[in-house]
Design a binder for this molecule. Structure first.
Ligand SMILES: [Zn+2]
Length: 162
């Protein structure tokens, strides 16, 4: 039995995800400002960064110091240095991965449907280099209701200058 309240919440969540997806085409059709060959990426990135950013791996939860990062500042792509998330939208999701309720602007990240591992999820990638960052879910806090669940190893933190 689906209650009206649940249905309304689901509809609102679907609308929020729809908004997040709008304006970004599927990854395969996207062109990125920063493009490199796999050989170049391997030289540029650590093995862990390469596995996440270029092969869509997921880091172990609680493994990234960025999960516990509480300072004000900006989280940038570890592949191309594009700013992705502000500390002002970071929250403790309790998942062990750095979590945000919105990207820093609507060009920072793109999304696409991800049906790997028998799940239907929405994966998130850097809007500048296409590097895989994590996934977005519709169980986040207000005001967006979104939870951008990110791999800390795919990002670099830039503290705000005091
Ligand atoms: Zn990038």
């Amino acid at each position: 039995m689906i209650t009206k309240r649940f249905l309304l919440k689901s509809l609102a969540s679907t609308a929020a995800i729809g908004l997040a997806l709008r304006g970004r085409s599927a990854l395969a059709a996207e062109t990125f400002a920063v493009t490199r060959t796999n050989v170049e990426w391997r030289k540029l990135l650590s093995a862990e960064q390469y596995a996440v950013l270029r092969q869509s791996a997921t880091e172990q939860p609680y493994s990234s110091p960025l999960d516990r990062e509480k300072r004000r500042g900006t989280f940038a792509c570890a592949g191309c240095e594009q700013d992705l998330f502000s500390s002002t939208t970071k929250f403790d999701s309790g998942t062990g991965w750095p979590s945000f309720w919105a990207p820093i602007d609507d060009k920072a990240v793109g999304t696409e449907s991800d049906t790997t591992f028998g799940m239907v999820r929405t994966s998130v990638h850097c809007g500048r280099c296409g590097g895989h960052l994590g996934h977005v879910f519709d169980d986040g806090p207000k005001p967006t209701g979104l939870r951008y669940c990110m791999n800390g190893v795919a990002m670099a933190f830039k503290p705000l200058a005091a």
